[in-house]
Design a protein around this ligand. Sequence first.
Ligand code: PNS
Length: 162
Amino acid sequence: MRIRRAIYPGSFDPITNGHLDVIERSRRLFDEIIVAVLVNIEKKPLFNFDERIEIIRTVVANSPEVKVDTFDGLLVNYAQAKQAGCIIRGIRAISDYEYELQMALMNRRLAPNIETVFMMAAEPYSYLSSRLVKEVFMLNGSITGLVPELVEQKMKEKFKQS
Ligand code: PNS
């Protein structure tokens, strides 16, 4: 039997409860989900790849069908190499849609056999982004409930070091 495998790509710097909600919903649709962290050497991330991978692996540890990996180059090439038929993208407000539509259609042009599935996180996470989490945290605002406890703890450690 062919397994329904999907790729959930992103920067995940850091993973938020919105991302986890999308993963949770995707588990109902797919047999296996690969959370794929983009190796983007140009961006200056808060957490390096190893840290992000470790955090994600820990927070999805109770879901054996959720794998964690990194990728570089074209997403569709990675998806094909993994024999995944779907790309999952979380979509929040309508403002996300334009960029996401462009990416989905470009990916479809590059690989017509791969579908993009847009998932909507639960309403409490509809305004949530990794960028805002970092900004609020750096300005001493509370991010409790917006990210896994482990992420909050790692962010505290990181800012203590610097
Ligand atoms: O979480 P992000 O940063 O919004 O994720 C963006 C991501 C990783 C999905 C996108 O940048 C991507 O797919 N990059 C890989 C390069 C690629 O395939 N580019 C063409 C996309 S149309």
